[in-house]
Design a protein around this ligand. Structure first.
Ligand code: ADP
Length: 365
């Protein structure tokens, strides 16, 4: 059993820089957790503290129930995959894979069995005799993964391992890592700034900002029920639209208004939002939840098309409304539409998010 627990973990670099702030996190045995957030939010530092490559300023880290705060990296039974593959250039792939095991004085027959198994999982057999420089970036990263697998560690730690690869290869490696995890379920922590990577790989996603955990949840939960404006804007692409609106209580029920835009508040949000009647809130709506047309009464507004982005599978529209700019996706690719056209966009039912404009916390979804 190798769950990981972070208990009020802090990291100070010198006296001024507080890089990781009171991070509490429980990662279950065999769970795959993705730490995601913008550059500088403290995710690598958090990972490096789990690895033992960085001291903890305060708090506790436990792996498999054992406090590891003062344990050297090699005694933590972890394997780490980095962005730069850190392979030994003068050694063959086979010897790279064998290196750590030989250091542990594992018998050669066992080493061969472990390498065979890893090569099988990762499709490395035909590469075993090559040197790293004879491999593509994706192949080198696969060897780096193989080196982790052969050690059969309690925990895999990934520090942006795919960011050197081109988009197509990144997508392929994502699938390989996912397949690897289902074939060899091992507790894994994966650091990335790429929300798509985090969403597709993680059983759960941990969104960080400025050293603090903002939200922990399944990919669907952080997408559908972001706890604040930051998470709402960070998760999902293209990003959620935000508008400043005022809450109004009318005869037909609660609405939000801005300029000539009026939208009926979905029933599930009405109770929480009623307390905001007469005040300003931030309205959030995802591009993919806006469709062309009138939709349900009270759910649509007029917009002027500024930019048409044809993606082949669909069209992305950049539009201007009286209340501000709005991006809309899910417009069928065949739609005849051009800049300057006036269209109506309607919000799919139950897809409005409301945030406190000061604290940015969610008021209702
Ligand atoms: P991320 O991985 O999210 O991009 P990091 O964990 O690398 O962020 O860094 C978090 C913050 O700590 C950043 O502001 C970074 O500049 C700072 N930092 C990282 N390493 C050091 C260091 N060795 N000394 C001082 N500050 C550091």
């Amino acid at each position: 059993m190798a769950g990981i627990v972070l208990d009020k973990v802090n990291k100070h670099y010198g006296s001024l820089h507080h890089a990781v702030k009171d991070v509490d996190l429980e990662i279950a045995d065999k769970e795959f957790v993705a730490l995601v957030g913008p550059s500088g939010c403290g995710k690598s530092t958090t990972l490096r503290m789990i690895a033992g490559l960085e001291d903890i300023s305060s708090g506790d880290i436990r792996i498999g129930g054992r406090v590891v705060n003062n344990l050297a990296p090699r005694d933590r039974d972890i394997a780490m995959v980095f962005q730069n593959y850190a392979l030994y250039q003068h050694m063959s792939v086979y010897d790279n894979l064998a290196f750590g095991l030989r250091n542990k004085r594992m018998p050669e027959a066992e080493i061969k069995a472990a390498i065979d198994r890893a090569a099988e999982i990762l499709g490395l057999h035909e590469l075993l005799k090559r040197k790293p420089r004879q491999l593509s970036g994706g192949q080198q990263q696969r060897v780096a993964l193989g080196r982790c697998i052969v050690r059969n560690p309690l925990v895999f730690l990934f520090d942006e391992p795919l960011s050197n690869l081109d988009a197509k290869l990144r997508a392929q490696m994502r699938i390989e890592i996912k397949r690897l995890h289902s074939q060899m379920p091992t507790t894994s922590v994966f650091v990335t700034h790429d929300q798509v990577e985090a969403m597709t790989l993680g059983d759960r996603v941990v969104v960080m900002r400025d050293g603090r955990v903002q939200q922990v949840g399944s990919p669907l939960a952080v997408y559908a029920r972001p706890v604040n404006r930051f998470v709402a804007g960070f998760i999902g692409a293209p990003a959620m639209n935000f508008l400043d609106v005022t809450v109004r209580a009318g005869q037909g029920g609660l609405t939000v208004e801005a300029a000539n835009l009026t939208l009926a508040v979905q029933e599930a949000s009405a109770q929480a939002l009623a307390a905001w009647s007469g005040r300003g809130v931030t309205l959030g709506v995802r591009p993919e939840h806006l469709v062309l047309g009138d939709g349900v009464p009270g759910r649509s507004f007029e917009a002027e098309v500024e930019v048409v982005e044809q993606l082949g599978s669909e069209i992305l529209l950049e539009t201007r409304t009286a209340a501000g700019r709005i991006t809309a996706a899910r417009v069928p690719a065949e739609t005849e539409i051009a800049p300057g056209d006036r269209v109506r966009l309607s919000v799919q039912p139950g897809r409005l998010h409301f945030f406190d404009p000061q604290s940015e916390a969610v008021i209702a979804v």
